[in-house]
Design a protein around this ligand. Structure first.
Ligand code: AMP
Length: 191
């Protein structure tokens, strides 16, 4: 199963991915986590990404695409993976489709975790991260609305999208996530 999770910052993608990893036994590919690890390690990619990340802006496509391609080619991704944070733009989605197609792979389903902006802000104030400064957080939500939300239509047209209410307890939300995964499994078997 190759599944993408899409949602604004603070929607709870990380929490749901942790649970999905246990359910599906596939690796969790979080581009945000990969980039933060690269920044911590001071690699050339980390140095290049740090400025955009601090400002709540997207890092350049070649950097992120290179990172994801290397990761997707690793043996542990052969049977699937959870993509969290990538693709983030229509252009990245097209690159991903192309990349997978050339390896005879495809995206099986896309889960949108929908959470209203005021709830995202409330959650952000309750946690603390370097890029969680309120102004920057707000910029990251706007970047989601402007650049990432169009992806929903893209995957909707491919009939791969499940829109899930991201409000409630982690268990309640995971119940909805599992139901979406079942639907993906059923449509994969008829595709
Ligand atoms: P996240 O933890 O997914 O919210 O990502 C944190 C930051 O990493 C984002 O604000 C971006 O600066 C950068 N980032 C993560 N994924 C991508 C991506 N697919 N394209 C560009 N920048 C990204």
């Amino acid at each position: 199963m190759r599944i993408i999770l899409i949602g604004p910052p603070g929607a709870g993608k990380g929490t749901q991915c942790q649970r999905l990893v246990e359910l599906l036994k596939v690796p969790h590919l979080s581009t945000g986590e990969m980039l933060r690890a690269a920044v911590r390690a001071g690699t050339p990619e980390g140095l290049q990404a740090a400025r955009s990340m601090e400002q709540g802006q997207l890092v350049p496509d070649p950097l992120i695409v290179g990172m994801v391609t290397r990761r997707l080619e690793a043996g542990d991704c052969r049977n699937g993976c959870l993509l969290d944070g990538f693709p983030r733009t229509l252009h990245q989605a097209e690159i991903l489709d192309d990349l997978l197609e050339r390896r005879a792979m495809s995206v099986d389903g896309v889960i949108e975790l929908a959470v209203p902006r005021d709830e995202l802000v409330r959650r952000m104030l309750a946690r603390k991260r370097a890029d969680d400064d309120p102004a920057i957080f707000s910029r990251r939500i706007t970047s989601f609305e402007e650049q990432t939300a169009p992806l929903l239509e893209y995957y909707g047209r491919q009939e791969k999208l499940a829109c899930i209410d991201g409000l409630g307890t982690a268990d309640e939300i995971f119940g909805r996530v599992k139901a979406a995964v079942k639907r993906f499994e059923r449509s994969r078997s008829v595709r």
